[in-house]
Design a protein around this ligand. Structure first.
Ligand code: SF4
Length: 190
């Protein structure tokens, strides 16, 4: 099942001061509790637990640009019912492909902006699913491209998307695709 040409991509962006963002949208203990329930927790270097202070990382930056890719599916795809395996395959394929677009864009912006740091959606899959060296207790194979996500630093992506990017998050339900999926990335600026 190929979805690559079966959704429309809408790009959205916003900018906010980091102090304001941290005051209203960042709560590391709350989101760490969610991370602990995820398969990637402690198994991928892009995800918690970290050997650095998340709070100190935020304090190094003054502004943040937010970037969103909203993937809107056509009605024919949304009317279909998918079994669990098909749905997983569709969502993974779509989100990995779109994350890769965002990664290229954000790395280009980061390279053009000294002192900035890209935050990418979800966990790192550069070495393939389940192949992160963290599982073996070995260092990251590609630390130059290792970046964390907004959510893994305690950012409330749900409220960020709905309140700052005007795009409430939606999820698949009962074997059906949502109207759209949303990926949120950011660039922290000095
Ligand atoms: S680049 Fe590879 S080793 Fe490093 S975090 Fe990503 S998947 Fe893990």
């Amino acid at each position: 099942m190929e979805l690559s040409s079966s959704y429309q991509v809408t790009r959205l962006s916003a900018e906010i001061g980091v102090a304001d963002y941290c005051a209203s949208y960042v709560d590391p203990p709350r989101f760490l509790a969610y991370c602990r329930q995820c398969d990637a927790y402690g198994k991928v270097w892009s995800c918690p637990p970290y050997d650095f202070s998340v709070e100190e990382l935020w304090q190094k930056y003054s502004r943040m640009q937010l970037f969103c890719r909203k993937l809107t599916f056509g009605p024919e795809l949304r009317q279909r019912r998918y079994d669990k395996e098909q749905m997983g395959q569709l969502l993974r394929g779509t989100l990995y492909r779109e994350r890769a677009y965002m990664e290229r864009e954000l790395f280009t912006l980061e390279a053009a902006t000294p002192g900035s740091l890209a935050l990418l959606p979800g966990s790192c899959h550069r070495c393939g699913e389940g192949n992160c060296t963290r599982r073996e207790g070995k260092p990251c194979r590609d630390p130059e491209h290792l970046r964390h996500s907004l959510e893994s630093l305690g950012g409330d992506v749900g409220r960020t998307a709905s309140e700052l990017l005007d795009t409430p998050l939606l999820w698949s339900s009962e074997g059906r695709l949502p109207e759209y999926l949303t990926l949120v990335a950011a660039l922290l600026l000095p």
